[in-house]
Design a protein around this ligand. Structure first.
Ligand SMILES: Nc1ncnc2c1ncn2[C@@H]1O[C@H](COP(=O)(O)OP(=O)(O)O)[C@@H](O)[C@H]1O
Ligand SMILES: [Mg+2]
Length: 229
């Protein structure tokens, strides 16, 4: 479903060129739950951002469902990102002035769909995240785990082809983290394709496959089948 062929990404840091990714080739199948591990600075976020169309490779090719994500215009990339990709982040990135239901609706509101049309779907997703009592709460009224579950509901509202998670529990305690991983695991069991970046081996073990990056290149690629509950 997602294909990288010799993808590379370099950044300029002052006069110095940093090779964040070096000739990475990777196929991610539909329905896979891929964990991406590696030390800080190994290129995990760069890889995720290329897969999600937040950024373009400096070299090589990336395809989603056979369509190129490289060498296309920013507008085309934005459309693919909005419609085909769901993101969750370490710091949740919820808008503080909006309720949970409004935050979940945001990706579709940005496309011009009226809130009244989205609301039932937003409420349904929040229920699936165990947040039926929190629909009208604002982020400041929610715990960290609840905020991340709202963010997951928001990421799913467009029925994305792939859910991308960058250190999704980096700001949560271990018990709450476990709840988030179980939730991702159950989404995977329902067929959702997931790519999750983590530096924590225990977290990575929830994936059905673990790719490890070292200095911007794949050093290991193991299929595990995923941690049993
Ligand atoms: N926007 C950027 N500008 C310059 N250098 C960057 C940028 N993003 C990442 N890098 C560099 O690329 C390398 C890989 O970064 P990153 O993908 O964020 O690693 P990780 O997520 O594994 O910690 C690091 O050396 C980092 O400093
Ligand atoms: Mg990172």
């Amino acid at each position: 479903m997602i294909q990288l062929k010799n993808a590379s990404k370099s950044y300029m840091q002052g006069a110095r060129e940093v090779h964040a990714l070096r000739n990475v080739s990777l196929n991610i199948g539909k329905g896979e739950f891929l964990s991406v591990m590696g030390a800080s600075g190994s290129g995990k976020s760069t890889l995720l951002n290329l897969i999600g169309g937040l950024d373009q490779p400096s070299g090589g090719e990336i395809f989603m469902d056979g369509k190129p994500l490289h060498g296309i215009s920013d507008d085309e990339l934005t459309l693919i990102r909005r419609r085909r990709v769901g993101f969750i982040f370490q710091f949740f990135n919820l808008l503080p002035v909006l309720t949970a239901a409004e935050n979940v609706s945001l990706p579709l509101l940005l496309e011009g769909t009226p809130f009244s049309q989205i609301q039932p779907k937003a409420v349904d997703l929040l229920k699936k995240m165990g947040l039926e009592e929190r629909v009208d709460h604002r982020p400041e009224q929610l715990s960290g785990g609840e905020m991340q579950r709202v963010a997951i509901a928001r990421a799913l509202v467009t029925n994305p082809a792939v859910l991308l998670a960058d250190e999704p529990t980096g700001n949560l305690d271990s018990h709450t983290s476990e709840e988030i991983f179980m939730l991702l695991k159950s989404l995977h069991e329902q067929g959702q394709t997931i790519v999750m970046v983590t530096h924590d081996p225990r977290a990575a073990a929830y994936g059905s496959r673990i790719v490890t990056l070292k200095d911007g290149a794949i050093s290991e690629d193991i299929t595990t089948g995923g941690l049993e509950a």
